[in-house]
Design a protein around this ligand. Structure first.
Ligand code: DC
Length: 217
């Protein structure tokens, strides 16, 4: 059983995917965290994020994996726990440029396919339904209004101790939306078999119930 969850930044995908996986007892794979970890590594090494060849080489040589501790899933990049660092504003504004490189995507997609092999998964990202799990049993497209997505992102950053400016966050989300939907490979899009769920007016519990109801049907 494979469940693909795609959608724009801040639509509630990750929380929803994690809760859904818990509820169904499936493995949860946050593919955005993989692109974020690679971006964190590129920024740390002061690599030019527009250089496709160097980034592809970095993607080939960087070990990114997930571990589970007693409370949560952790993201490990070359042996360093980067779970919190990959949510920083610096990573937020660079990640969609890193994720735009075709060769980086190719490497990530094949890694994600290996991770999903022979296990029941809920996987979230941008190209899951189209590229990573084209045979997924369900392909959800989770979206929300830009105002609501900005509000959620601001709350998330605030709770991690960052100072927030909603106007900047809104702009950053819109830039990321543009990059994620306009790149040449693995662009975010609604597919013919996508099930669209707009979470603007839903609590996370209501959104989860909507998904469970569809799967139950
Ligand atoms: O879901 P997120 O906000 O953590 O994703 C971070 C960035 O990674 C997002 O701007 C686009 C990119 N991404 C991608 O290109 N493909 C994926 N499957 C997942 C994320």
């Amino acid at each position: 059983m494979k469940i693909a969850i795609d959608g724009p930044a801040g639509a509630g995908k990750s929380t929803l995917a994690r809760w859904l996986a818990e509820k169904l007892n499936y493995i949860y794979i946050d593919t955005g965290a993989m692109y974020r970890a690679l971006t964190w590594e590129a920024l740390r090494k002061e690599i030019d994020i527009h250089n496709a060849a160097i980034l592809a080489e970095l993607a080939r040589t960087t070990d990114i994996h997930f571990t589970i501790d007693s409370r949560s899933q952790r993201v490990i990049c070359n042996g360093i726990d980067v779970t919190e660092q990959i949510r920083s504003p610096e990573v937020n504004s660079a990640v969609s440029q890193v994720a735009a490189h075709a060769e980086v995507r190719q490497l990530m997609v094949s890694k994600q396919q290996q991770m999903a092999q022979a296990v029941a998964v809920v996987m979230d990202g941008r190209d899951i339904g189209e590229c990573v799990l084209p045979d997924a049993n369900y392909k959800f497209y989770i979206t929300a209004s830009i105002e609501e997505r900005t509000r959620r992102r601001a709350a998330e950053l605030k709770s991690s101790g960052y100072e927030v400016n909603e106007q900047n966050i809104s702009q950053e989300i819109q830039n990321r939306d543009y990059n994620d939907t306009h790149r040449t490979t693995g662009a975010l899009k609604v597919l013919e078999d996508s099930i669209i769920v707009d979470t603007s007016n839903l609590t996370i519990e209501e959104a989860l119930n909507t998904l469970l109801e569809i799967i139950g049907r």
